[in-house]
Design a protein. Sequence first.
Length: 995
Amino acid sequence: MLGRQSTPGAKTVQGRFNLLLLEDGEYFLDDFSVFRYPDPVFTCLTFHHCKQRKVQGRLKLCTRSLMFEPQDPILPILKFPFRDMALPPSGEIFEDETKQIYLSFECGLAVEMKERGLDHPYVPRVLADSSVMSSKFIFSFAHSKVHDVVDAIAPLYALAHTKSILNKIDEEMRLSPILDPRHTDVFDPSLLADFRERPLLKRGKVVNRIVPLLKYPGTLMLTNLRVYFQPAQVNNVGDPVLNFAYTKVTALHKRRHMLKQCGLEVRLDDGASHLYSFETMVDRDEIYDLLQPNVAHIGDAAKIPDMLAKWQAGAVSNFEYLSFLNDQAGRTVNDLTQYPVFPWVVADYTSSELDLTKASTFRDLSKPVGALNPDRLAYFQQRFEAMPSGMEAEGLPPPFLYGTHYSTPGYVLFYLVRMAPEYMLCLQNGKFDAADRLFKSIHGTWQSCLSNHADLKELIPAFYDVDAPPEWLSNVKNLDLGTTQQLERVGDVELPPWAHSPREFVAKLREALESEHVSAHLHEWIDLIFGFKQQGDAAVAANNLFYYLSYEGAVNLETISDPIEKCSFEAQIQEFGQTPKLLFLSPHPSRADVAAAATLELAPSEPVVHAAPIVPSASAPPVPSPVPSPDKEASSTPTSARRSVFGFARPTLSLNGIKASLRRRLERKNWGWTFDSQSPASGSMWEESLPHYFHSQALTACVLSKDGKYAFSTARDGTFKLSATSDGSVRRSYTCGGAAVACDVSPDEKFVFFAALDACVYMVALETGRVGKLPAGAAVVGLAVLDDARFVTADVAGAVKLWQYGPTGMLSTPVAVMDDAGAPITCLDVNSDGSVAVVGTATGVVCLLDLRSTACVASVATGADRVVAVSFGMAGTHFVCATDESELLVVSTDGVEQARLRLPDDANVQCMVSDGTYAITGASNGGLYIWQLQTESMELEKKCIVSIGHGKKRPVTTITVSSNGQTIVAGAEDGSMRLWSMKKKATRGRLGYFS
């Protein structure tokens, strides 16, 4: 169902290492035979004894990490991200008689994968102060020299620690000195299967072989007898050179790939299919023309008029005709962004018998999924009318009804997770989606498509393919897919009562697809997906208009040179999917209307490519959501760019179907502190500044600039201040109509946003001083800028709203509204990749909101009357909340409470911030208290690790910490601000004060 491949594709001979384990944009380079040794210091063994415990395996060198695959399949594959290594790997000699040089390195994070050969969620192990695993790793090489490996790692390590990398395109440009020599157009003639073969090209064509979620660089060569694909020395996991004779070819198609006309798909008589992406359309067309005379035996490809006539005559089934139209529209199982799309045809998933004689059994095929529910459609139409038009030059997209799509990579894998779990793990950051959002029930999924504002998915061919095994409906691999909030284990898909087995379910759906009712109305759905109602005024009239970048010809990537803009477009293409190629310009005739077939107007075979809209660099264009937006019952939404906990991959954010690439405001929170209760300390390690009185009343929020030189603050006196941290001088000052309670700054630090109790959000352009004002509907108490085009607010009415902004101002209508809190919200935080928000309420409940699906994924009752503050940890796997009863709770993003700490009475919590390992609380007595959160047992320390500032007698009202943990800023009730800087000798690591 994901396409039959002639090569193993993803796996090595050993079978466990898999290119799907890499991050989006990461490349596999080299493979070494190694032995791994225990750390003698950690194990308290001599190195001689450590050598007796060595583990044989393969060490993989990738562009962002090292990966160790033990030979023993019981042991997990370990991934060591370069970015989590404080120092580059180096050679080291240990005390043994051989004086052998070993490769050694320390890594703060190791990610476990494929333990026992199973597809399970990846397990990140934070190794700092771990008692389970050493952070030091030692390897010897069987056939390679350590210094050669160290030299190969050095530029990759340096790149991983380069802070100026914008996105994966920028990263790939910097990797070109390493990648380019490995990816050439030189074909090795010794690879020819027959010495009598004659190459038809002087040099091969540089291509990428495209398979679901992956690409394999290589060189394509044609001879007088065969086609050859020679893998490059990039992502080459030992696959042999691929070749096939021209006599094996059964079909040849020009394809679109990444919105460019540069793809070529070749189908073979064994059912295999190969999709190649060329550097240019000229290269693709040259190969296509050279192939034509060699594959003359396949004859002329089937034409639409011929297949239409066969369909109307009953010689071709509905399933076969839809498969043909998908093929003509460029849909292929090799590319998840252009996977074949089939309609929902049945609307009854509750009856004990499926009655195909009743019209009510069927879905209305004249309407897109988004228009099947009139109440939901009214919401989409209202939003469409509120969208500004003609503002593309200012970074705003043309108006659209639906921000999400009916066919995306996420939807495909939502349906196929049981059959292809490794693909879901790849797309979903090494984990399965939350159990409540997985594909659990046919009826639940249909109801989600009818009611969820972000779920418009159609079906895939597997629902109607009676010749394919229905393993995708059963958990035959015994995957651990989790437990729902109703404490139900996710296993097989729950079928409707009228189907007693997966095979019967598919057979009855196929029967429905071929029924008289569907045959009489299928042309209406074809008009929506492949026909004249796909775009333009007809699409608006049919309530069928999607985000503009999903349409073929909307943008020409070859004309875009800006890497940030290009990355935004490519992220949209890879993750959101694409509307099929337009096939018909006039209404498609019904199956019975044979006469109308003669007047059917076909679309041109080559699309018109429009110039890309001008998008100012300060506001990258919004990009639709990659993934389904499941409801709270059943739907799946693999996330944002395959970003994992270990790479450069630029994180992404979905906003009710609109997706934007994220440029984070700060480095990932990692304060780097290592003190604990066994190392008693005082506040003497911190150097305090004099108080700066920027405001006349209590500070409510504070944000530091990236370099720490400036502070952005708000206060109850209704003022916003931009001040220098060095001398306390005020550089900007603004006043709003009510108490200012929240603020944040855009990624480029050109715009500041602050919210007030006058129910407005203010946007200040720091370069010009221009101030924009946005009515938010209710008093805002929390605000966070997510990227260079979006921000999120939380208000006292219990709503979390997602907004859009650009250089000229803020869009007046929220992109999405989530009112799941059910009570006034008191605080807000967003995880580091912008995919999840957490809010605390005035009733003591904490809600987790998936910003991709705009759904509440979990709620936790703290038992307190009020939640004071919430803060995500560094890894984003858990968050910390503080209550008005002076308790700290550590809660996982699955909504499971992991630990709870009752603070002393004198630490009465007014505010709190955390990096996941430590939390700082501000107290009513003016003190700042640092608490240790993470220990091996997850038992929170019962005593304060460090206390500073107490005795000031001015209640602390807000706290912020620089991303590196070197500066603490606290605002007080009297309007003052104080800074504490870590003294020079208290370097990161084991602090001298605690030795």
